[in-house]
Each structure stands twice: as C-alpha cells, then as structure tokens.
Design a protein. Structure first.
Lengths: 289, 450, 317
C-alpha cells in the first residue's frame, strides 16, 4: 500500500513540476507570428517544390504576408487564380503571370542520333555530364538518365524508352522550374503555355557547325537561318549556329516549321501548314491524325 | 617498410605486360592535333595561323596566364587548321592541326644525347626556362611545374619529393624512364632541388620495382648525386597520391584543403617530369614528347613508346594491331584513375602516361545492389572519409551536409568503388558532390570579397 | 564482331568482392559449430537449422514478391545467414513450429519492415530470438527435450549466477571442446573461434568488435572474480567468455554489418558497450544470459555512434 501511495505521489509531483517548467519555457520562447501566414500557407499548394524561389510554401507564405509589394512573388504551381485569391485575402495587388510549361529542347531520338559508345557507370545525367559528352556524338543532347524526371514532384516528366528522350505532360506540368535546374545540359526551358498545349520550338541546343551537327544527329539545328527569314514576327534569332524561337513573340504561324530542313522545329498539338499546294489535296482524315 | 597511414587497397599491378618493353621511337605521324589546353589552368592562346610553317619545338600556344602552360609544335610542317575538335571524351576543344613535312627542329635546341650535368643558373632562371618550355606534371594531373616551383612568400621548402611510385596498375612509363634514363632524371632532380633551394630529395619507389630501386641507387653512388635518396615503399594503392606519398616518406600529413604540400615544407614532382625539367633547362628542349605505355591483356602487343604530343591514339594503336574486337574500354591512364576514351582519333596530350585497353569482362561494372553498411569503403579510404555517406548525400543533393563531411578532401582514387561488395558507383556520385561543393565554396569566396 | 567502346568514370576495375560471397563466408564459418553441435546433440540440430533457413528464405521471397512487389533479394544469401544464426540461438528440443514463427518475426519484422538488407536497425536473427524468448519462455529454456543423454536441466550460466563458487569445479576443456548446455550454436567454443578466424582471414569482419566485447567481458569478470579471491580472478573471466552465447554473439551476431558502427573507433565503443551490458545482465539481471539483449540495446545506439564517431580525417591531429 505504501509503495502505491509513494508512486502516485512521486508521479504527481513530477507531473506538476514538468508542467510548470513547460509553461515558463513556452512563455519565454514564444514567437509572435502573423496568424495570416498559416492561412496563406493553406491556400498555397503545399508541394514545397521551390518553384517560387523560396525554400518551401511556408517561407513563401511568410514573404507574401510580410512584404509590402508582392508583385515579384508568384507561385507557378498554384497559378494566377490562387495568387489573386491570396492577394485579395491580404488586400494586396496580385502579380500577373502567364502560364508556362517546361519544354525539352532535344529531338535526338535513338534512331536519329545513334549511340557511338556504351555508358556503364552510374545512371545519372549529372554524373555522365561531369565525365564526357554522352553516348551519342552530340555534346548538347539529352543524356536520357532522367535527372529531370526524378526532380519533378508532379509526375509531369517521363522517359520514353523507345526514343530515349524525356517527354513532358503539359497538363501535369506546373512550371515550377525544378527540371530546368536539374538538367545538366540546360535543355529545358519554361515557355509560354498556349491553349490546348500547342507549341512551336526548336528542339535542339547544339551550337556546333552544321556539318558537325549532321554527323552526330539527323534531327539537329544546323543554324541555316531559313526559319528566321520566313518569320514575320521577329521571333527567331540565330546565335552560335543555333536558332531560337522567342515564345513571347511567336504567334504560332508555323511557317518556320516547313522551312526547317532537318525537322528540328517541333510542332505540338497543331497540324502543320500545307507544304505545297499539292498537299492540300490529300484527304483531311490523314492530317487529322 | 614505409607506406601511408590509413586506407588503401592492393589491386594486382599487371605491370608484367609492358615492363620489359624498352622505350621505342616510332615513325612520326603525318599529322598532329594539338589541343590548346593540356594542363590545369587557363587555355593557351594560339600564336600561329592557318598556313604558317612551324618547326619542331616552336611555340604554337602562348600560356593564357600564370597558371597555364606554353604549348610547342611537336613536329615541323604547316598549320592546316585551327578549330574545335573532339578530345577523347568527345568534348570539343580548340586544337591546332599541323601537317608534317620532315622533322626540322628549332636551332636553339640541343639535340645531342650527351649528359650535361653542370647547371649554374639561378633558381629564377631555372623556373623561367621551365615555364618557357611548357613543362607540366607528367603524372596525370598536368599541373604547370613552374607554378609548383614558385614558392609563395613566407614559406620555405625543406625537401623535394620525387614520385616514382607509379601505383596505377598496368602503367610502366615512369618505370622505363627510371631504368633507361636515370642519369637524366637524377640531373633533373638536382636542377629541381636547386630551383627550390633544398639540399635533400627523396625518391619514393614501390617495392614491386626492385630493379628500378637498385638501378637508381647504383647511378646515384656511381655518379655522386648528393642529397638524393631512393626510398623503397610497400606496395599499396594510392601511394602515388601527393598527400599519401608525403605521409609515406616523411610521416607528415598535409592538412586538409586548402593547405598545400608546401605548408609541410615539401615540393612533390613526378619522376618523368624531372626528365622534362632536365631537357628544358639543360637542352632548351620544350615539352613535346613523352613515354606513353600502350598496354592491355587483349592487345596484340604492348609497348612503351616515345610519343610526340598530338599523335592520334589510332596511330599508336596501329603498332599494337589496332583495337581488339568486342567490348573494350580504352583508358587514358590506368584502370584506377584513368579516363575512358570514346573517340580514338583524339590526340595524346601531356598528361597521358599510358593507354590501357581493358576487355569488357575486366572493366564491366557489376550489378548494383543495396548498401549493406559493411564499412569496407570507410576502411579503405586513404583520406579518412565516409564514402558511403558522401555518395548518398551527393545523390540526395545535400551539398551543405556533404561539405560538413569534408567531401572536398576526396582525391578520387576510387578505392571505395573498387572495394564495394554491392557494386555501388560510390565515386561517381562523390565526384559530383565534390565538384558542386567546390563551386559553392568558390562562389561564397567571391561573394565575401565583394 | 565490331569493337564496342565502353565508357564510365574511374575506377574501371573492381576488387571482385560480392555481397553473396560475404554471406556465404559467414555460412561457411558457421559449419564447424554446426558439425560439433550435430555430433553432440544429434540429427535434430540439422533438422531445426534446415527449418529455420528454409522458412527465413521463404518468408523473404514471399514478402518481396507479394508485399513489396519488387525483385526478390534471396540471392544475396543474407536470409540463409539469418536462418542459421536464428537456429543457433535456439535449444535443440524446440518444436519446429516455434522456429517458423521465429523466422517470420526475424525476416518479417526484423528485416523487411525496414527495407531489407542494409537498412534494418536490429539484427534480424536476434529480433527473432528475443521475440521467442519472451513469447515462449518455457520452450526456449528447456535444454533437455530432444537431447540424447540429457546433460542437465539448466545452463551453467544459470547455475553459476546464484553460486559463483561452482566455477572452480568446471571442466574448461570440455567447455572449449563442446559439451555444454545451451543453444545449438553455443555448444563448442573452439568451433566458433575457428569460424571467427576464417572470417578474419577473409576480411569479412574486423577484429575490433569481437575483441572489444570479449576483452570488456574478461576485464569486468576478472574484477568481479577478484572479489571472490583465489583462482577466481582468472577462472571467472574464462568461464564467462566460454559460457553461453558470448562467442557466438561477439563473433557472429554483433558484427552484423548494418547494425554495427561504420568506423573502427565506433566499433570499439559498440563492443565495450555490449561487453558491459552483457556482464551486468548476467550478474545482476533477471536472465542468466545477457548477450542478445546487450547486442540489441547497442544496435539501437549504432546510429548515434555513426553520427558522432567519425573516422580520423587525413591531415588532422
């Protein structure tokens, strides 16, 4: 009986003592925090992807609440509507940004860009890139071990084993930019997202001269400049033997696509312009595919 | 017998394939391609133009800064092109292409074979001559020798250490140099000692080369080379690592980076570099050729060739019956630290001590399985690191944690990957971590300066 | 056939060590002990070992195949090692179905729950044994059933615990050679040491863990033995090292890779901890044998040791 009483007593005293200590610690180390930070954090997607430039959604929420001007802050994952809601909640002006989508600028499939050696080391693009140009002869092309795929938190990227290239699912892509940082070859660009995921872009980053490009890959940009000549909107520039289409200026007129001799300009979710008058005669059903 | 204090492995040395082949001179190639970067530091700037006639030993690339090296024409002929060409890893570098016409040397070069031992130049004059000749470390790192010999203010060298270890399996170029050109090497060592103002030099040689040790000792005794001592070392890889060699010979450990060997009063030079120094200082001969070992179990024949730089690998391999068929790995260097070559038309450069051909079976990486925490990588690491952890941190891109765990100490010797029973490519990832952390440290230093 | 160029970072050669080879070495090292055990205790030893090994491998395969849905890892032979070690920690008379339950706990809870080989925080075989010891205390401490010429009802450790003076009457040669009561694997000290030397020679284990455990135990026992006076100062430590699971634990269980520290210094701290805990449990705890509990407790301390005990960085004092 005595033991029982003692035990109960000890535990009670201990409990009270700890409660008192806890109370004082909580008082001493209390941090005053704007309760709105919690609310804003809840409105953010919570992916902690870092696409906004902050370490996570909490840091972004903190910045949104504390900063006067939030025009430079944008969550690419949540998109414009959410940013507007948050801005409305905080009584600030929302930043305006067009939706973007990650684009992989390499069209060198296994067929068009043959392997000239066999890589045997760690399956990681950064490792390959730190050592040599890769399995093909092109020093600029996709390595195909999927550093971007593992960097993507939204499952928007996937490796196509048939082509050896990475593909983007534009509906899942939030343009957080994680893949852009992950690609050691700098192949991925965030480009303006058109309705129905339409896109026109140069799927090549090779700055080599035309002859060198042709030797390594049949789908590369040789910097011939034909596309730049037909562009009516000044959207195409040629620099270092490489064409680049500015997605802000491009109006998807598609003239350049037909001009490209190597097919380096990719057209997505759109039918190409009829090439020759003759082509118009082909049955519509075939093109519709 | 002496060796370094921690870690290390014992790969079979495979030197028997080429160690008894004496140094051979081969017909000069009809064309050479000379990369403007064959050293650590800034690339050299071409000083010739397309169509120019050049002589053997003439300057074609001017050093692009203090940490850089001059590059000379290895043959005489006409410059046919200055453009970017792929190196052995397919990366495009600026190269000067020269088509050979005879072999006419620059006049100031003394081509006699007679040994010229007296040297009365001042240290500054010696270093200037070495700089002009474009001498870089021939062990593989290609660090400009004149930079190494220019001892920073406030520090003093006490001793020269000569690296005759050649701990890489297969390679025998240093060994052949020690056997056949010992007099030149020892004279070069005397000049190096004079350049840094020391009275003592230790040559570290592993005990798998007893004849080289005996031969060097014999020449030292016969020709009275004072202050030079040959120290036999217990065979263990990576004994040829700079810090490991210093520890093995002197028992002193160079502090972690950014400390350099000079902080322990030591300057380290490769044995073959000593010959290049001798030729540069005594014979006015720039660095245009070196001994390159061509070896491998599957090759038709193995050789130790005196090779002019810029000679294509294909040309050298043609003397050994060409590349063997099937799966092969062609290495610039030995199997532990050499770089795989994927373009055999690439030229031989200053740091190439050998070309090793491994068969697919020898070189194939095994199937990876999970880390079993056996700690073998920890016990073989010569730098006292935890490779399993560093590799994992790099894979997870935890650069700051990797920095805390001293990933920049890594000397990339490969002992960890060599020993891993799970076949994990530990070093592949550690290297990425090391590079990223070093870049981070540099950008922090720049930010701090501002 | 054309030439195909391979490429990768250095190093381009490998030492040839393989996980399954290491596991095979451990199994080989345990064979002498198994043989002595079979000779002394009869064929049932082989039967129990076979049941343990087969059920461990089967559970690992089933869990990989149906629960984790990934490639089976049974080829690395680690389940075989777990099976043999589990069997070695059981009395020979144990019903076979208890062995199967032990294997399920060892592989299912001790190993696969944490992600399989290399990621388990506790030694799987020990997890199985400790579970059985607590769940089936009667069967687990019955040292007579199934033994041909029943030695005695209790182990020497249990006898000595309450009457230390008994040590002086023991025959140490017999303990070395293999006639002592206990679990199947604990029978012969000499066979276990032989296997340990093989593992050391093959560089599967390093000396740090076994030596630090046994040395700590010996020093501890010697100081306790000294208080009894007379020859006890050396008889007592000798007894404690040879008796019970000390050798089996120190050489085979404590050295399990994933549950022991990575650095040599860490291994020594770990070994000393096991040695101390074992002796404390043996002398003053509720159980006659403390090896398994000591290893188990130090397994829990391993991540902490790994975090704070680092190898000596080259170039630092």
């Amino acid at each position: 009986m005595n033991t029982l009483v003692l035990t109960v007593l000890t535990l009670s005293v201990l409990g009270i003592l700890l409660a008192v200590i806890l109370y004082f610690v909580a008082q001493k180390f209390h941090v005053e925090e704007d309760p709105r930070i919690d609310d804003v954090e809840k409105m953010l997607p919570g992916a902690n992807c870092g696409g906004c430039g902050f370490a996570g959604c909490r840091a972004m929420a903190d910045a949104l609440v504390t900063r006067e001007n939030i025009a430079s802050l944008f969550c690419p994952v949540a998109g414009g509507q959410t940013m507007k809601n948050i801005a409305g909640f905080l009584g600030k002006t929302a930043p305006e940004k067009e939706p973007m989508v990650a684009t992989i600028r390499c069209g060198g499939t296994c067929q068009k860009r043959p392997k000239v050696n066999h890589y045997d080391g760690a399956m990681n693009c950064a490792v390959v890139n730190s050592f040599y140009v890769g399995e093909s002869a092109c020093a600029y092309g996709c390595i195909g071990y999927g550093d971007c795929v593992s960097a993507c938190k939204f499952g928007a990227l996937s490796l196509n084993t048939e082509t050896g290239l990475v593909e983007v699912n534009p509906d899942k892509c939030t343009a957080c930019g994680a893949c852009v940082k992950a690609c050691p070859k700098g192949l991925i660009e965030l480009r303006k997202k058109w309705p129905k995921n339409r896109a026109v872009y140069v799927a090549c980053r090779s700055k080599n001269r035309g002859a060198v490009v042709m030797k390594a890959c049949k789908a590369g940009c040789i910097g011939c400049g034909k596309c730049a000549k037909v562009c009516a909107f000044d959207a195409i520039t040629i620099d270092n033997n490489l064409a680049y289409i500015d997605s802000e200026k491009c109006k998807l007129c598609r003239k350049c696509v037909n001009e490209c001799p190597t097919g380096a300009i990719h057209l997505e979710n759109m039918d190409p312009l009829p090439k020759e008058p003759k082509v118009v005669a082909t049955p519509k059903s075939e093109v519709a595919k | 017998m002496k060796t370094f204090p921690i870690g290390g492995i014992h790969p079979s040395d495979n030197k028997e394939w080429s160690k008894d082949k004496s140094i051979e001179c081969i017909d000069l190639p009809n064309e050479v391609m000379i990369p403007m970067i064959q050293h650590i530091g800034a690339p050299a700037t071409p000083v010739v133009q397309k169509g120019d006639k050049v002589l053997t030993g003439q300057l074609v690339g001017q050093a692009g800064g203090f940490v850089s090296a001059n590059i000379h024409s290895p043959i005489s002929g006409t410059v046919t092109s200055i453009d970017s060409y792929p190196n052995g890893q397919g990366q495009r570098l600026t190269m000067v292409v020269i088509k050979r016409e005879g072999d006419e040397w620059v006049e100031s070069i003394d081509r006699s074979t007679e040994l010229k031992r007296e040297c009365s130049l001042t240290p500054a004059e010696i270093i200037a001559k070495i700089k002009d000749a474009g001498v870089v470390g021939l062990g593989g790192a290609q660090f400009p020798t004149h930079v190494k010999l220019s001892i920073p203010d406030g520090q003093k060298a006490e001793m020269l250490i000569v690296n005759g270890v050649e701990c890489e399996p297969y390679l025998t170029s240093d060994y052949r140099n020690m056997m056949e050109r010992a007099e030149m090497m020892l004279t070069g060592i005397e000049i190096l000692m004079r350049a840094i103002g020391v009275e003592r030099a230790l040559i570290g040689v592993e005990n798998n080369k007893p004849d080289a040790i005996a031969h060097l000792n014999e020449v030292i005794a016969r020709d009275a080379y004072r202050g030079i001592e040959v120290v036999p070392l217990k065979m263990r890889y990576p004994q040829g690592g700079e810090k490991q060699l210093i520890a093995a010979l002197t028992g002193r450990q160079v502090a972690p980076p950014p400390a350099l060997p000079i902080s322990e009063g030591v300057v380290v030079s490769n044995a073959s570099t000593a010959i290049a120094v001798y030729e540069a200082v005594q014979k006015n001969k720039p660095l245009i050729e070196r001994v390159v070992t061509i070896t491998g179990k599957s090759l038709g024949s193995t050789h130790n060739f005196m090779t002019r730089f810029g000679t294509s690998l294909d040309y050298l391999l043609s003397f050994s019956g060409g590349l063997p068929e099937g799966d092969v790995k062609v290495l610039n260097g030995g199997p532990m630290m050499g770089r795989a070559i994927v373009d055999t038309s690439a030229p031989i450069i200053k740091g190439c001590s050998g070309i090793t051909i491994l068969s697919g079976a020898e070189a194939a990486r095994g199937k990876e399985s999970a880390c079993i925490k056996c700690a073998k990588c920890v016990s073989v690491c010569p730098m006292g690191l935890e490779p399993y952890l560093l590799s994992r941190l790099a894979k997870l891109q935890k650069w700051d944690v990797a920095e805390e765990h001293n990933t920049i100490d890594c000397i990339e010797c490969g002992c960890c990957s060599y020993t891993c029973p799970s076949n994990l490519p530990l070093l592949d990832y550690i290297r990425i971590g090391k590079q990223t952390v070093m870049a981070n440290i540099r950008s922090r230093a720049i930010a701090n300066k501002k | 056939m054309a030439t195909k160029l391979f490429a990768s970072h250095s190093p381009h050669i490998h030492g040839g060590e393989k996980t399954h080879r290491i596991m095979l070495d451990v199994v080989l090292a345990l064979i002498p002990a198994l043989a002595v055990s079979t000779y002394v205790l009869g064929w049932r030893v082989l039967f129990i070992t076979a049941v343990a090994v087969v059920s461990c491998v089967a559970f690992e395969w089933l869990i990989c195949r149906f629960l984790l849905k990934r490639r089976s890892t049974i080829c690395d032979l680690s389940a075989v090692v777990t099976g043999v070690l589990l069997a070695f920690n059981l009395p020979v008379g144990i019903p076979w179905w208890i062995v199967v339950i032990g294997a399920l706990v060892a592989i299912g809870i001790g190993k696969m729950t944490f992600g399989g080989l290399g990621t388990n925080p506790f030694n799987p075989a020990l997890t199985g044994r400790i579970f059985l010891l607590i769940a089936y205390p009667v069967q687990m401490t019955d040292w007579t059933t199934g033994v041909p010429d029943a030695l005695s009802g209790s182990t020497m450790l249990a006898d000595v615990k309450y009457a230390p003076e008994l040590v002086s009457s023991l025959n140490f040669t017999e303990m070395l050679g293999g006639v002592m009561n206990g679990s199947m694997g604990e029978i012969s000290a000499i066979a276990l040491i032989l296997g340990g030397l093989y593992l050391l020679w093959r560089k599967v284990i390093s000396w740090h863990i076994p030596v630090s455990i046994l040395a700590t135990m010996a020093i501890f026992a010697a100081s306790v033995g000294a208080s009894y006076g007379g020859a006890m100062i050396y008889e007592f430590p000798l007894f404690h090292i040879l008796a019970g699971g000390a050798l089996l634990g120190a050489i085979y269980m404590a050295t399990d890779y994933s549950t022991s520290p990575m650095t040599h210094r860490g291994m020594i701290i770990y070994g000393v901890g096991i040695g101390l805990l074992t002796m404390i449990i043996r002398l003053w705890g509720a159980y006659p044998e403390g090896m398994s509990f000591a290893i188990f407790i130090m397994n829990a301390a391993t991540p902490l040791i790994n975090k704070y005990v680092r190898p000596k960085r080259f170039g630092t004092k």
